[in-house]
Write a protein that binds this ligand. Structure first.
Ligand SMILES: Cc1cc2nc3c(=O)[nH]c(=O)nc-3n(C[C@H](O)[C@H](O)[C@H](O)COP(=O)(O)OP(=O)(O)OC[C@H]3O[C@@H](n4cnc5c(N)ncnc54)[C@H](O)[C@@H]3O)c2cc1C
Length: 452
């Protein structure tokens, strides 16, 4: 066969998050053709989702279209679709779109489908306590949070006002701390003068966790600083508190002494747990492997699936002794791209993946954050400035950086929030869609996707 007739090495990438996008970009100059398949048309900067949920940022600021990001990369195609099957024996990925299923054969596969919310087996919690993993989640939460103030304002029964003005965030990791801090600032600062009958400053924000500390992975010193700052903001931090039931009107909690109590609250946010995409189990089943307790699939030291060197699992889906953070996804994405590029160029390489920990940070409120970088610990304004610069640097897209900076100026220097519009669709339509069976939605259900 002459050289020009030889088919180029086909790479299929599942997911346009940190792992999938960085892998695709790193293949720009490789002799390969890349098809990136994702169920959203955008790359999502998840670390700022809580700011969409609390009216600081618009969804477009943190979710640039994947197609636009890859406009200049001629060896990459973008397909919108939900992957419903991966056949690692016949090397084919099947995805579902409303107009039918698509089959994409591959020579190399990168699976970067991330993780979903985990309710630790209590999936019915989801209806009353949405998590925060997608733009849909953030807009639904924004709708619920802002609607709660509206319903409190028009409530005629005095006892019914308090549950509307009580916000419970479950999970005191970075996302929970950030959500609780921002709901407190929204209520106590932004909305302070906007209502006639209620006083938003009286809103109660409760942050619950079954553990004995907030921000457990940041160490005792930063956890103590974060707790102090949360309390200054008026957040009621309740630790050792296990959620045992959630319904429309409230939440039930089991305390360390075994007693169960109830908080009446109309607005609950779930920030307590994650589980790998169900595609991880789908791959593990075919490869004869077990997933770990987070649903992640074990991988070889180069991120490939054992016995399937052409299949790579990266980011939140891989069980490789590394945390589920953006840096792991980006670094593992670039790493597997390097291996694929070398193989496509005819070199057989084996490169073990080495994660470089660049630190972690969480904001608590405007001008207050905590950061852990190597041996160093930062808190307060310095940590907040570091957070601001790093997030701006990693945010993808010039337009997104400019609009984010503008919105931050409005919110942090002034007290306003530019994104307070909510629609009925945002609050209720998704729940209606999610209750559709596969037959009603037209989507075959080959992988068991969680339904809410
Ligand atoms: C609210 C929140 C805040 C966070 N804050 C931080 C932080 O401050 N710092 C930090 O380092 N990390 C943070 N993280 C974690 C970080 O975002 C993840 O570790 C990272 O996004 C993982 O990258 P990934 O590529 O594995 O998955 P993701 O970025 O989640 O991407 C998954 C992709 O797969 C697609 N997908 C999923 N299933 C399918 C399917 N069946 N078919 C097609 N496409 C599919 C999705 O649409 C998406 O494009 C945060 C996460 C959340 C949710």
């Amino acid at each position: 066969m002459n050289e020009s007739m030889k088919q180029r090495h086909r790479v299929v990438v599942i997911g346009s998050g940190f792992g999938g996008l960085f892998a695709t970009k790193a293949l720009k100059d490789a002799p390969v053709d890349v098809t990136i398949i994702a169920k959203t048309n955008h790359h999502l900067f998840q670390p700022l989702l809580y700011q969409v949920a609390t009216g600081i940022l618009s969804e477009g600021s943190i979710a640039p279209p994947t197609r636009e990001i890859l406009r200049g990369q001629i060896n990459a195609e973008v397909h919108l679709g939900e992957v419903i099957d991966i056949d690692i024996k016949s090397k084919t990925v099947t995805s579902w779109t409303p107009s039918g299923t698509l089959n994409d054969p591959y020579d190399s596969l990168i699976v970067a489908a991330g993780s979903t919310q985990s309710y630790f087996g209590n999936n019915y919690f989801a209806e009353h306590a949405p998590g925060l993993k997608s733009i849909d989640d953030a807009l639904e939460l924004r709708g619920r949070i802002l609607s709660a103030f509206e319903f409190a304002e028009i409530e005629t029964e005095p006892d019914a006002v308090e549950p509307w003005l009580t916000f419970v965030v479950v999970g005191a990791g970075p996302t929970g701390v950030e959500m609780a801090g921002q709901i407190a600032e929204l209520a106590h600062r932004t909305l302070r003068e906007d209502y006639r009958r209620i006083d938003p400053e009286q809103a109660r924000v409760v942050l619950l966790d079954g553990a004995s500390t907030v921000l457990a992975t940041f160490g005792d010193r930063l956890a103590a600083k974060a707790t102090k700052r949360l309390k200054q903001l008026g957040v009621d931090v309740q630790l050792g508190a296990m959620v045992v039931h959630i319904d429309e009107h409230g939440i039930e909690i089991k305390d360390p002494d075994g007693s169960v109590r109830r908080i009446e609250s109309r607005t609950k946010v779930w920030a307590a747990g994650v589980a790998a995409s169900p595609l991880a189990k789908h791959l593990a089943n075919q490869a004869g492997l077990d997933v770990d307790r987070l649903g992640r699939v074990p991988v070889e030291d180069d991120c490939s699936l054992p016995s399937f060197p052409e299949v790579f699992v990266i980011g939140d889906m891989m069980d490789a002794g590394v945390p589920g953070v953006a840096q792991v996804a980006m670094q593992s994405g670039k790493h597997v791209a390097k291996i694929i590029a070398a193989r496509a160029a005819g070199r057989d390489v084996h490169l073990p993946f080495k994660y470089v920990d660049k630190g972690s940070m969480a904001t608590i409120s405007r001008f207050a954050a905590v950061a852990s970088v190597g041996r160093f610990r930062f808190s307060g304004f310095i940590a907040w400035l570091m957070w601001l610069v790093i997030h701006l640097l990693y945010l993808i897209g010039f337009k997104q950086r400019v609009t984010t900076l503008l919105h931050w100026t409005i919110s942090f220097v002034g007290g306003g929030r530019a994104e307070r519009a909510i629609t009925r669709q945002q609050v209720v339509a998704r729940r209606a869609l999610d209750t559709l069976t596969p037959a009603q939605s037209g989507r075959p259900d080959r992988v068991r996707f969680p339904r809410r």
